[in-house]
Design a protein around this ligand. Structure first.
Ligand code: UZR
Ligand code: MG
Length: 256
């Protein structure tokens, strides 16, 4: 590896190189309140990069959700959850050691397995895991992905999806009822007792760590296009570094 190449690489990675050169993925954290549009922003980014419906052998971009890392509840916690008395919006509700280990594996270019979580039963789905193969870009989205410094520090780029809380509540209610099998009373109680206060205490203060704040979420096509362009630049720079012949001319160009 010549000097010019390594300089170019470290530019793309913000100086963070953790794995084999050229194998460390660009890791993007996406946070924001519940129903802010985090998953949709990630989906749009992947669509624009043409990543949907590709299998893992050609896929360059993958998305992982923090929700997959909810801790399995003890029987006592399960009872609380059924009565709407368990706080799923607290940082300790997640298996943070597993999140850290998984992101470290990803950064080291190792394939890893992600647990599957069922919102209807508030539990991990036994014997079901999703294998994540090494990728060029990895998106990790969730309400509290910027909360713990050791996890937060792993991201090369941090996005915060900033959507008004009334909009978020208006989206959350039908989603919980239709997709997560709840009734209106349960959803509103959970929201007032846990979701809203935890957002204000744990999620909103992490907005200051974001590199890019996306107002209005997935509606903000300009912001999404800018981010996608940045990812494309990263991917093509990285390709160039790998295939570029080591000629003296290109070397001296890069030192400019
Ligand atoms: P997003 N959540 C559930 O509703 N049930 C569970 O078993 C686990 C999590 C919710 C959680 C949080 N709060 O607000 C939301 N509750 O999932 C985070 N109650 O997911 O960012 O997609 O809204
Ligand atoms: Mg989500």
């Amino acid at each position: 590896v010549n000097m010019g190449t390594s300089r170019k690489m470290s530019f793309g990675f913000n100086g963070k190189m953790n794995g084999v050169e050229g194998k460390t993925p660009f890791l993007i954290g996406v946070s924001g309140g519940t129903a802010s549009g985090k998953s949709t922003v990630c989906k749009r980014i992947m669509e624009k990069l043409g990543q949907v419906d590709k299998d893992h052998t050609e896929r360059q971009v993958v998305c992982i959700s923090q929700d997959s890392f909810y801790r399995d509840l003890t029987p006592a916690e399960k009872l609380k959850a059924e009565k709407g008395q368990y706080n799923f919006d607290h940082p300790d509700a997640f298996n943070n050691d597993l999140i850290l280990q998984t992101l470290r594996d990803i950064l080291a270019g190792r394939k890893c397995e992600i647990p599957a979580y069922d919102y209807r039963t508030n539990s991990l789905i036994k014997d079901k895991v999703t294998t994540i193969y090494p990728a060029d870009v990895v998106l990790f989205e969730g309400i509290l992905v910027f909360y713990f410094p050791n996890i937060r520090d792993l991201f090369h780029m941090k996005l915060f999806v900033d959507t008004d809380s009334d909009t978020r509540l208006a989206r959350r209610v039908p989603r919980d009822i239709n997709e997560r099998g709840r009734d209106l009373d349960y959803v509103l109680n959970q929201y007032m007792n846990f979701v809203k206060p935890a957002f204000e205490e744990f999620c909103l203060p992490t907005k200051k760590f974001a590199d890019v704040i996306i107002p209005r979420g997935a509606d903000n096509t300009v912001a999404i296009d800018l981010i996608v362009q940045h990812i494309r630049d990263f991917l093509s720079n990285r390709c160039r570094v790998v295939v570029e012949p080591e000629s003296p001319i290109s070397r001296s160009d890069e030192t400019l």
